[in-house]
Design a protein around this ligand. Structure first.
Ligand code: ADP
Ligand code: MG
Length: 274
């Protein structure tokens, strides 16, 4: 019997948290675990997933499939052991295209992709615009990527709430680009998320790592470019967690002496004292 495919959108409240980097590298890491994996660029306005994988010349894209100009199989490219569906963008017809993209058409294509893959990761646009809603709603699961700062965490809270409304399940959050002295700790992130949303563990804590941008410049996913660097190790571990082959690498959240940070965050969110 065929295992039910997993569809996961990678999201965040704002741009720059690391969604595209994570989609590409988690995808390649799942592929390396032997999983049949497809990654899809759902970021219509700021498409760049293919670039992170050094794919500069994709003639056809997800957009052509949505607008009926190409068949699904024509927009699936293979690279680094996985399938990649890039997104195209043309300034000339941006307005027309953006208003044309319909949720039903996108979902139809996503369902076709799901027939041929075990894992589908969708690089979602930041925020809560239409294209984000399409990307989240089309996937059963959602992984928010946040940075270890107050504002980023409050943004992540909002996308998790949005996913709840859209019927997409969030098992936990990924914290990216951490390591500075003032950053929130994993415990603080977990306690805030769990207090406001129910159990919400940190699935991975990916440090700020210069190798990520070096790899990006070369157009090679960092898990291939430098498999032993800190970011790659964390992403490979996350792939095992996502695939159900490893437990979460930490003790789940308990009440500890971080209540003050949590109440500050909750206050920032609701205006109320807790
Ligand atoms: P998003 O898709 O959320 O807008 P990106 O994945 O494009 O964010 O990342 C934004 C920038 O941050 C990129 O230049 C990327 O290389 C860099 N970046 C992402 N994660 C890390 C990290 N862990 N360490 C260092 N740089 C990172
Ligand atoms: Mg991006």
């Amino acid at each position: 019997m065929r295992i039910r495919p997993r569809s996961i959108s990678i999201t965040s409240g704002k741009g720059g948290t690391g969604k595209t980097t994570l989609t590409a590298n988690l995808g390649v890491a799942l592929g390396a675990l032997g999983k049949n994996t497809t990654i899809l660029d759902g970021d219509l306005a700021m498409a760049n997933l293919a670039l992170v994988l050094g794919m500069h010349k994709c003639e056809l894209s997800f957009l052509d499939a949505i607008t009926g100009k190409a068949d699904v199989e024509d927009v699936v490219y293979k690279n680094y052991g996985i399938k990649v569906v890039p997104m195209g963008f043309r300034f000339e017809d941006a307005h027309e295209v953006l208003s044309k993209v319909k949720r039903e058409q996108a979902e139809k294509i996503i369902n076709e992709l799901l027939r041929q893959t075990e894992f589908l990761l969708i690089d979602a646009p930041a925020g809560i615009q239409d294209a984000t809603i399409i990307s989240i709603a089309a996937a059963r699961e959602m992984i928010p990527v946040c940075n270890p700062t107050y504002t980023s965490l409050v943004d992540a809270y909002k996308v998790v709430r949005l996913a709840n409304v859209l019927g997409s399940w969030t098992r936990g959050v990924v914290v990216n680009r951490g390591g500075k002295a003032a950053d929130l700790s994993t415990d603080e992130v977990e306690q805030f998320m769990s207090r406001t949303l129910g159990t919400m563990p940190v699935l991975a804590d990916i440090p700020e790592d210069p190798k990520v941008q070096e790899a990006e410049r070369e157009g090679v996913p960092v898990v291939v470019y430098e498999p032993e660097c800190e970011a790659s190790v964390a992403i490979n571990e996350l792939a095992k967690v996502v695939a159900g082959e490893a437990d979460l690498p930490y003790v789940p959240y308990e009440d500890r002496a971080i209540a003050e940070t949590t109440s500050k965050l909750i206050r920032a969110l609701t205006g109320r004292r807790v």
